[in-house]
Design a protein around this ligand. Structure first.
Ligand code: A2P
Length: 286
């Protein structure tokens, strides 16, 4: 499928249409949150990704309301945090998110991490209980699609073997230098749509010499190379920016195509810009 703008969609495994580019709100959120989000709406974004952990839900809700654009024109996703897992806890967390947003449904709701702590021995049962709450909310029509974040194949297998409804999405760290090929391949084989958090590697990838050379070859910025790389791998990027100019630049991804050879070069570059986060391990600080 040829994508032509950020409003083009993928179809999730339950038939719901999801835009191919989102705006990430984690730390969008330093300074005047509502104004940044209003600017993002004005610059064209309609798919916004938030989470209870980010503290941006209420600002996003306000920005959406004050935009005057009907709620149905937006695609709004949120996530429950590690301390909100469990059957009853997840249902309560969902209601809190709705209240923060001032909305009566979500387009997408995700479990933020598969393990509350790396040494959690009960994660398999906890994930199943949490997922059952999402299944219930989904069946009640309060969420249009349900999914995962930071789940690797072994975490997803646990759910697939024990649940009725297959996750529709998995949101993982994905950018040149950390593209998690095993997780992406597993999801794509199981019709789970992959989304990329930190699609430009929080800026670190932007200084990589090969990415800089490629950007100049295609006449775009290093960030556009990163975002286009995600699109060409069938992955939804969630760029975030506080600058109107970069917000617009991050939507300008459809007038060039990275060649097959250059895609392989990016696929095979050494690890660069990893956040230090891995669901099964203690965080590494660089
Ligand atoms: P800024 O808000 O000043 O634009 P990631 O989403 O990979 O975690 O990266 C987010 C960071 O990347 C933010 O600090 C943001 O800074 C910066 N950024 C976003 N878009 C661009 C761009 N097009 N060029 C350079 N930096 C960008």
């Amino acid at each position: 499928m040829k994508l032509t703008s950020i409003y083009d969609t993928y179809t999730l495994n339950n038939g719901v249409k999801i835009p191919c580019v989102a705006f990430g709100t984690y730390k969008a959120a330093q300074g005047d949150n509502v104004e940044i989000l209003k600017t993002a709406i004005e610059s064209g974004y309609r798919y916004f990704d938030t989470a209870s952990f980010y503290g941006t839900e209420k600002y996003l809700g306000q920005a959406v309301r004050e935009s005057g654009i009907p709620r149905e024109e937006f695609f709004i996703a949120s996530k429950m945090w590690k301390d909100e897992m469990g059957y009853e806890e997840a249902k309560e967390a969902f209601l809190r998110s709705l209240e923060n947003l001032g909305m009566d449904y979500l387009d997408l709701y995700l479990i933020h991490w598969p393990l509350p702590e790396p040494d959690c021995e009960t994660w398999k049962a906890l994930d199943i209980e949490t997922w059952k709450a999402l299944e219930k909310l989904y069946e009640e029509g309060k969420i249009k699609a349900i999914g995962l974040s930071n789940f690797l194949p072994h975490h997803i297998e646990n759910l697939l073997g024990n649940c009725r409804i297959k996750p529709m999405v998995d949101q993982i760290e994905f950018h040149p230098g950390y593209h998690q090929a095993a997780a992406v391949q597993y999801c794509q084989e199981h019709e789970i749509q992959v989304q990329a958090w930190s699609p430009i590697g929080r800026g670190r990838v932007l200084e990589d010499a090969m990415i800089v050379r490629m950007a100049s070859k295609y006449g775009v910025s290093p960030a556009q190379i990163c975002l286009r790389y995600a699109l060409q791998r069938g992955v939804i990027p969630l760029p975030k920016s506080s600058s109107p100019e970069r917000m617009r630049q991050n939507q300008d991804l459809f007038s060039f195509e990275i060649s097959k050879e250059d895609m392989y070069r990016i696929d095979t570059m050494p690890q660069t810009g990893w956040s230090g986060e891995h669901p099964d391990r203690e965080r590494v600080r660089f």
